[in-house]
Write a protein that binds this ligand. Structure first.
Ligand SMILES: Nc1ncnc2c1ncn2[C@@H]1O[C@H](COP(=O)(O)OP(=O)(O)O)[C@@H](O)[C@H]1O
Ligand SMILES: [Mg+2]
Length: 253
């Protein structure tokens, strides 16, 4: 099933065309990567899909619904969530509390129940903690649940960001440079996590610089260069594509 479809996506910043007429799609259950040299338009594409910026032209269709220009929280509510290049950590909260909060945000806000601490609200709190425990265990962070995120190694901080996104129960998860800054061991762990999340039923679209990760986990790759899509295909095809090699190396091959 077609989960996400981007049609003719175009974005101008003043006179600069950051993105020109880009088409691509993501089907349910896929792991797709969006790659390209610096300035190619990857972050802009993510921002346009998730509602953090508006396209000059073009459409974003998610689950057959036109979500172009909707506000980020609305889009997240339809089941499309993103991680950030930097994980935002809460100082006063343990790992478990942070993920439980993300689970709680996904539950229907029942302000009345929350304010009055009704039995219903306490049930929701308990359910959120239970879900958070399960997610942390699933992502291999169970033993760190009572620690404060700031005390964790960088790799775990990034996994916590992923855990908080998983907690919002997305159907499609956009991962922005999930392994940037990680050491090779942490990067391998993150690759495993990306596969596990997909196997849990969450479709993945990633922007990634680390080619080993891109080639290792993606099933399909879209390549942007100067705001245009220059190639699309399986990792083996992309790694041999002349236009792609030229874009990355900046030479004619
Ligand atoms: N807010 C902005 N204002 C002006 N130019 C921008 C803005 N965001 C991105 N750009 C420009 O758009 C182009 C694409 O940027 P970006 O999407 O960040 O590329 P990537 O993420 O692939 O490195 C670049 O030339 C960048 O300088
Ligand atoms: Mg970027």
């Amino acid at each position: 099933m077609r989960l996400l479809e981007v049609k003719g996506l175009t974005k101008y910043f003043g006179g600069l065309a950051a993105l020109t007429d880009v088409d691509f799609h993501v089907d349910t259950g896929e792991i797709v990567a969006l790659i390209g040299p610096n300035g190619a338009g990857k972050t802009t594409t993510f921002n346009l899909i998730t509602g953090f910026d508006h396209p000059t032209k073009g459409r974003v269709i998610f689950k057959d619904r036109d979500i172009t220009g909707l506000r980020p929280h609305k889009i997240a509510g339809y089941g499309l969530s993103r991680t950030w290049q930097q994980t935002i950590l809460f100082k006063e909260m343990t790992t478990l509390d942070s993920v439980a909060l993300a689970c709680r945000l996904h539950q229907k806000p029942r302000l009345f129940n929350c304010l009055l601490k009704t039995p219903r609200s306490r049930q929701d709190d308990e359910a959120a903690v239970e879900q958070a425990e399960e997610i942390l265990e699933f992502l291999g962070m169970g033993s760190h649940r009572y620690e404060f995120p700031y005390n964790l190694p960088y790799g775990f901080q990034r996994i916590l960001g992923v855990a908080m996104t998983v907690a919002t129960k997305p159907e499609l998860m956009l991962l922005d440079e999930a392994v940037t800054g990680m050491n090779p061991v942490e990067a391998l762990t993150m690759m495993d996590i990306i596969r596990k999340i997909r196997d849990r039923g969450i479709t993945i679209l990633l922007v990634e610089h680390n080619m080993k990760v891109v080639m290792g986990v993606s099933e399909r790759i879209c390549v942007l260069d100067f705001g245009r899509k220059i190639a699309e295909g399986k990792p083996a095809e992309i790694s041999k594509n002349k236009d792609v090699i030229e874009a990355y190396l900046g030479v004619n091959v």
